[in-house]
Design a protein around this ligand. Structure first.
Ligand SMILES: CC(C)(COP(=O)(O)OP(=O)(O)OC[C@H]1O[C@@H](n2cnc3c(N)ncnc32)[C@H](O)[C@@H]1OP(=O)(O)O)[C@@H](O)C(=O)NCCC(=O)NCCS
Length: 186
């Protein structure tokens, strides 16, 4: 049976695995590259804010997730002191990237304090689960009084950009092959 449920810390390993498996070829096949990717894009969220995450489960196995940092300031503080340090220990250049990664969230953070990442394994896409998970997260953030949510995506990921637009996000900036998209929750 397929269902969406609230996440918890025990989902960390599976969320990190899905993060790698939905990333670039190198992250899928090379252990170190995969570890860097999952530390940057998954570990903070599922370890520090599991209450702001939902998972898609098929017969008890997690096959997709939506994770979120509720507030850019706490994200930047913890991500920079803990997670970008872990990344730096794996690779100096990736550590530098991790160090600057929070800046777009800070720049747009007053209007859109939260940001999200969503990934489903291939067999589970285009069934409406992503849209449902976005709605659940928005409901949760609205309940906490969070006034907006943003995300970053690659311009080349036209399917994802279309998906976010359909779910009420708009592009607020487009640069260096990427887009920043955001949605007000007021
Ligand atoms: C993007 C994603 C979360 C959407 O969830 P979903 O459950 O597939 O979405 P829905 O069923 O609600 O809506 C379907 C839409 O999702 C998008 N989508 C479907 N498969 C996709 C894929 N492989 N890559 C990117 N977007 C995809 C398309 O816009 C699709 O609409 P279309 O059928 O008109 O093309 C999911 O497809 C996914 O995990 N894709 C791969 C990873 C990814 O790109 N994550 C976002 C990184 S910024």
């Amino acid at each position: 049976m397929i269902k969406i449920r609230e996440a918890n810390i025990n989902d960390a390993e599976r969320v990190e695995y899905i993060c790698k498996m939905t990333a670039d070829e190198k992250s899928k096949t090379e252990e170190k590259a995969g570890k860097i990717t999952s530390t940057i894009y998954a570990s903070y969220y599922i370890e520090e804010e599991p209450d702001n995450a939902f998972v898609l489960e098929d017969d008890g196995v997690v096959v997709g997730y939506i994770v979120c940092a509720e507030n850019y300031r706490s994200f930047k503080t913890v991500f920079t002191s803990v997670y970008s340090e872990k990344v730096k220990n794996l690779s100096k250049s990736a550590g530098l990237f991790a160090r600057v990664l929070p800046f777009p969230y800070v720049i747009f953070g007053r209007k859109y304090p939260a940001h999200l990442h969503i990934n489903l394994l291939p067999g589970y896409r285009s069934n409406g689960y992503g849209a449902e998970m976005i709605k659940l997260l928005e409901q949760k953030l609205r309940g906490k009084g969070v006034k907006g949510v943003m995300l970053m995506a690659s311009k080349e990921n036209t399917g994802a950009v279309r998906f976010y637009k359909r779910n009420g996000f708009e592009i607020i900036i487009s640069a260096f092959g990427g887009v920043v998209m955001a949605k007000s929750l007021r």
